[in-house]
Write a protein that binds this ligand. Sequence first.
Ligand SMILES: Cc1cc2nc3c(=O)[nH]c(=O)nc-3n(C[C@H](O)[C@H](O)[C@H](O)COP(=O)(O)O)c2cc1C
Length: 157
Amino acid sequence: MKVFIIYDSKYGNTKNVAERILEGIKQVEGIEVEISYATEVDPKIITSYDALIIGAPNHMASPSLTMKKFVDKLDELNLNAKNVAVFGTYSGRARVTDRAVKKMEKIVGKTLPNLNLLQPSLSVKVKGVTGPVAGGELPKCLDFGKRIGNKLKNPKI
Ligand SMILES: Cc1cc2nc3c(=O)[nH]c(=O)nc-3n(C[C@H](O)[C@H](O)[C@H](O)COP(=O)(O)O)c2cc1C
């Protein structure tokens, strides 16, 4: 099983979250994980991966433009990875602002019609626009990663 985590991050918080998710996935034996900033990866590389974890900061109640552009390119590839999970960071009120990850789910779903969402999407609160990640949020990221790893290993759970 090979997993690719792709993120966008302006101030480093979504990167931090991505790295905690990676740590969580690595706690599950037998799963290989790669991580990259969205603009530094050739989307063609990810065709050989079994799962894709996509994360972006909330910009104006939507996933960041960089990530939307990346996801738009995915339909040109015949992706192996129909297993996807989505995460995002936000700094406003949760009830309103975690809509950005829901939007990302929708965009990814349109691009990859046979999508299997591995986990409900994760929204992570940061303090103000520049962060850091709010207290108590990082353990959730580790747990999210672990649940993704376990799900890939045992799809029936
Ligand atoms: C241009 C811009 C627009 C933003 N719009 C929102 C927003 O609509 N709702 C919100 O909760 N946070 C918003 N934020 C705060 C970001 O979500 C926050 O900067 C981000 O989660 C930090 O992640 P990063 O360090 O990975 O960039 C905005 C930030 C920027 C720079």
